[in-house]
Design a protein around this ligand. Structure first.
Ligand code: GDP
Ligand code: IMO
Ligand code: MG
Length: 461
């Protein structure tokens, strides 16, 4: 039994959808634990492109159970639309393949209105949110006035909660933001309409997840957003309102920590960011545009152009340490084929000193200047590469440097959006294997019986 985690190691859009879909073949259950419909996880299967916002990226695999944990903020209308969209394409979601936490906080229409109104009122320092109501919904959750999915099925509670919330929201909408007031009856009617459709999927996912683990099922947790957008560990205030990092797995799903095995961070071979906030390694306009075009760097949820930059190893090392990453899955290395020379940030100049420490603050991080190490590009297309043997030596050097700097192995390298465009590297931590082989040999020698012959094959190079 095991509970492995996939989380974004940058500012989101690292390719989590592709990797989760790929790995979901080997898991019984996929769980989303935080975020909401601000996520856009792309999965490409042949000529078909799917973008998941709330549904876990395991929904395309038959037999996989998908769970939306209570840490997710649930936009019921968006979820129903996603499910109907998949149904039209022949993918049927059933209560056996999807379970939604009855404790998930519900995104209501006024959250989305507040999100957009708050942003447009801000003078200089807009966050650049997705407008999906994420911040306002989590706000209500934490001030303990939030509407939970279970409340939709209790008329009295629903009415009281919506009334309590609208008293405050309507005051702000009218007097502070100059927006129209929201009608309680309309909010309730819409919530009940979607609630009815979703009812068969609603359950106690906290006990469900632990029961599944106890039964020996393999669970993969699918993070949304990325560690640098984490409300506690990211570039606050230019962050989202949840914990995409490892702690969010436990608080957002209820799974016990004792089953956790692999914590895998997905990182692009370069860096992107949508929305505002500091970005020390942001490329100049020319290189940024080339990367955007080559990598198709446009938001999967909002369609906004993504800002592009060079790989920031100071930030990546911070994310590795913070999450105890067991391995790194490196995506989109094929995109870097356009460059003759690549820059990788190894240090920041901060307050006149060279430092290799990340600064988890959205204002201070503006003050750093990146220090780069330059790598030679490989100049060849990597999209048909399927093993490390076929990888050009410059690309191998680039990958090895990431491993050396972070101290974390790169166990998979993705060279394109499709399922088969992946290289799985064999275990690199050979020391443990050698120690094991040595101790077995010692035991064999000691017992005087030479009955075992070991061939230890390490690596593919
Ligand atoms: P997510 O939010 O982390 O799931 O990432 P997105 O789906 O928002 O953005 C990643 C984009 O890169 C999608 O369009 C993927 O199809 C695409 N993609 C994923 N892996 C690779 C890769 O290795 N190479 C290229 N060229 N594209 C990739
Ligand atoms: P996936 O799961 C990239 C960004 C927004 C904004 C900030 C706050 O696809 O990687 P929010 O709407 O959450 O209040 O916006 O966070 N953001 C993302 N950026 N990928 C995402 O999700 C994101 N979800 C939110 O652009 O800067
Ligand atoms: Mg995305």
């Amino acid at each position: 039994m095991s509970a492995d985690v996939i989380l974004g190691a940058q500012w989101g859009d690292e390719g989590k959808g592709k990797i989760v879909d790929l790995l979901s073949e080997g898991y019984d259950v996929i769980v989303r634990y935080q975020g909401g419909a601000n996520a856009g996880h792309t999965v490409i299967v042949g000529n078909e492109k799917y973008v998941m916002h709330l549904l876990p990226s395991g929904v395309l695999r038959k037999g996989v159970v998908n769970i939306i944990g209570h840490g997710v903020v649930l936009d019921m209308g968006s979820l129903v639309e996603e499910m109907e969209g998949l149904k039209k394409r022949g993918i049927n979601i059933t209560p056996a393949s999807l379970k939604i936490s009855e404790n998930a906080a519900i995104v209501l229409p006024y959250h989305k209105i507040m999100d957009k109104a708050k942003e447009s009122k801000k003078a200089g320092k807009k966050i650049g949110t997705t407008g999906r109501g994420i911040g306002p919904c989590y706000t209500d959750k934490y001030v303990r006035t939030g509407v939970r999915l279970r409340d939709i099925y209790n008329d009295e509670i629903l009415k009281a909660k919506v009334a309590e919330n609208l008293e405050e929201k309507n005051f702000l909408l009218k007097n502070l933001y100059g927006e129209k007031e929201v009608s309680a009856a309309a909010v309730i009617a819409e919530a009940k309409k979607y609630g009815k459709i979703l009812k068969p999927y609603v359950c106690d996912t906290i006990n469900e997840v632990n029961d599944l683990l106890k039964k020996g099922k393999k669970i993969l947790f699918e993070g949304a957003q990325g560690a640098l957008l984490d409300i506690d560990f990211g570039t606050y205030p230019y962050v989202t309102s949840s914990n995409p990092t490892i702690g969010g797995v436990m608080t957002g799903s209820g799974a016990s920590h004792k089953y956790s095995k692999k914590v895998r961070g997905i990182t692009k071979a370069y860096q992107t960011r949508v929305g505002n906030g500091p970005f020390p390694t942001e490329m100049d306009e020319v290189n940024g545009e080339r990367t955007r075009q080559k990598g198709g760097e446009f938001g999967a949820t909002t369609g906004r152009p993504r800002r592009c930059g060079w790989l920031d190893l100071v930030a990546l090392k911070y994310v590795c340490d913070l999450n105890g990453l067991t391995d790194i899955l490196l995506t989109k290395i094929d995109v870097l084929s356009i460059f003759d020379e690549l820059k990788v940030c190894t240090h920041y100049m901060y307050k006149g000193k060279k430092s290799d420490r990340f600064i988890p603050d959205g204002e201070e991080l503006y003050k750093v200047k990146p220090v780069y190490k330059i790598f030679k590009g490989w100049g060849t297309d990597l999209t048909a590469v399927r093993s490390m043997k076929q990888m050009p030596k410059e690309a191998k050097t680039y990958i090895k440097f990431i491993e050396k700097y972070t101290g974390v192995k790169v166990s998979m390298v993705s060279v394109g959006p499709e399922r088969d465009q992946i290289l799985k590297k064999p275990p690199r931590n050979t020391d443990a294997m050698i120690r094991l082989a040595d101790s077995v040999m010692y035991d064999v020698k000691k017992s005087g019986k030479n009955r075992i012959q070991y061939i230890v094959s390490i690596g593919d190079e």
